[in-house]
Design a protein around this ligand. Structure first.
Ligand code: GUN
Length: 297
């Protein structure tokens, strides 16, 4: 029987665990506050940000929702970040990616105070992660680590294949899986758009993380029996539905589940965990700011 890894259920557990930490912070006079900044009219980005806001409300994190006209000068975004950095009531800052082409993404990431960088994308935080001294683990790879652990999948000694080399998922995922620590110790292969004979690589995977952003690019033929499949893809494809589209992953679920020991669904697998780990990082940032020790789930 293939186990379906339920990200919704595990994310609910993480949120529950955070409530205790948030109450402890409240006793110390600290209310976690997350500022989300959206400079886009992309419907998917709008949906992601509004879900993040809803999650905050559910656990008792104060959410500030800042929208910037995508045609506004880049300086408006940089100035907004400066204001949020200087605001002692703001513990976490998230600038939803992607930003418009006229905005320098790297400048945005460098501008966010590393202590408020709950995405973990600032070069200082990337460096700390690589060095094995993470301050904030990026939310998607961290959520995947939690999903694997909850399913009793220990990466130690396993061949892990990450398909995709993005700064948000592929690179930090590979790094976390190779770290000499619990949840790591895997032998990691990173594949990408220039990889020769992708199927030969993916067939060698004990753990496969698909994060290429290409609908159903990995099917059962590209997998070996007993693999654990983690599908990060959220792709809108045209479909005869009310909305005119449906969401599919980077993995062809039906053929992959025939081979897999365990697999994440889309939606309901990785996505909810990404959002839960954003709350986790916001609580962690607040505890660090307040100098209060809290137990994190
Ligand atoms: N766009 C897609 N995923 C993410 C994420 O995890 N954080 C931010 N800031 N933008 C994203």
């Amino acid at each position: 029987m293939t186990e379906i890894l339920d990200g919704e259920a595990l994310a609910a557990e993480v949120r529950e665990g955070l409530v205790a930490a948030i109450e402890r912070l409240a006793d110390a006079g600290a209310r976690p506050t997350l500022a989300t900044v959206l400079m886009s009219e992309d419907p998917a980005s709008e949906t992601y940000v509004s879900m993040k806001q809803d999650d905050c409300a559910e656990v008792g994190i104060e959410a500030r929702d800042i929208g910037i006209d995508p045609d506004a000068p880049a300086a408006e975004l940089y100035d907004t970040i400066d204001d949020l950095n200087a605001d002692p009531e703001v513990n976490g800052i998230l600038v939803q990616m992607p930003v418009p082409d006229h905005v320098d993404k790297r400048r945005v990431l460098r501008r966010i105070d590393p202590a408020k960088d709950v995405d973990g994308f600032h070069p200082e935080n990337v460096g700390r992660l690589v060095a094995g001294d993470a301050r904030f683990k990026p939310c998607t790879p961290h959520g995947i680590q939690k999903l694997l652990a909850a399913a009793g999948v220990d990466p130690e000694g396993k061949d892990a294949v990450v398909v995709g080399r993005s700064d948000i998922v592929g690179k930090p995922m590979a790094n976390l899986l190779m770290q000499k620590t619990a949840g790591g110790n895997a032998t990691v292969t990173v594949c990408h758009s220039r990889t020769d004979d992708l199927a030969a690589k993916t067939r060698g995977a004990d753990i496969l993380v698909a994060a290429a952003g290409a609908p159903e690019m990995i099917d059962g033929d590209m997998l070996s029996e007993g693999v654990v499949v983690v599908d990060v893809g959220v792709n809108r494809v045209d479909a005869d539905t009310e909305k005119g589209y449906e969401l599919v992953g980077d993995v062809d679920f039906e053929s992959a589940r025939e081979k897999a020991r365990a697999i994440t669904p889309v939606p309901g697998g990785v996505g909810p965990m990404t959002r839960a780990m954003l709350l986790y990082n916001t609580v962690k940032a607040t505890a660090q700011d307040a100098g209060v020790e809290v137990d994190l789930p």
